[in-house]
Write a new protein. Structure first.
Length: 217
């Protein structure tokens, strides 16, 4: 577990997101005297892993912060809500055996399927955010059968296409990491009329601005 002193002693931050739209409103912000680099990783686990690994090879960072939108499996979570993801799962990593899903462990294979990111935060804003459990997928769920299966198997609260990859790379590189997500839609039959991307991005950027300004000068 990274301690408070580790997190709040940094001076150089990598702020990344899958798309430019999730970052654009933050590029001109001024935050204390922290040095911030911005990175658009691209969508998905492979693009995120490649972009982060390349970036970390070129520069050293004291904190990596991933932000973005997410879908929620839990109807109690409001659209526009912002959360921290401290446990993220590569939910598709394994094998099908008839109607059953076999994990790497069940197949006696090495590998990382669940990434946990435990940090003690000395921040009122961060500590006030709910901590939700995520899954990272290549194909977002939009089928009633597959949604029911993943809820029964892992009971996730949110899903993204990059989160677990981000946390894993940071963990491997020993870089303190923070994943912040805002809910833009519920995980259901695909219905863009129920989405609210504008609200989710506004709330997310408001939180990120406060968090970054709480960092020491």
């Amino acid at each position: 577990m990274f301690k408070v002193a580790t997190i709040f002693a940094f001076m150089k931050i990598l702020l990344c997101a899958a798309t430019e739209g999730e970052l654009s409103n933050l590029r001109e912000i001024e935050v204390n005297s922290q040095e911030i680099d911005f990175l658009v990783t691209g969508i998905g686990m492979v693009a995120t892993t490649y972009s982060l690994t390349r970036q970390f090879a070129a520069a050293e960072y004291d904190l990596a912060l991933q932000i973005g939108l997410a879908g929620s499996f839990d109807p109690r979570i409001k659209i526009g809500g912002v959360c921290r993801i401290e446990e993220d799962i590569f939910s598709e990593l394994g094998a099908e055996s008839g109607n059953d899903f076999l994990t790497l462990e069940q197949m006696d294979l090495p590998g990382i399927a669940t990434v946990k990111n435990e940090i003690d935060f000395d921040s009122d804003m961060l500590n006030a955010l709910p901590v939700w459990r995520g899954i990272t997928v290549n194909t977002v769920h939009g089928n009633e059968t597959s949604i029911a299966k993943i809820k029964e198997r892992l009971n996730p609260q949110v899903e993204t296409m990059e989160g677990a990859a981000f946390l894993m790379v940071c963990q491997k590189e020993k870089i303190p990491a923070l994943q912040l997500r805002a809910i833009s839609n519920y995980v259901e039959l695909r219905n863009k009329e129920n989405w609210n991307i504008a609200l989710a991005l506004k709330n997310l950027h408001d939180v990120v601005f406060v968090v970054l300004n709480q960092l020491p000068i």
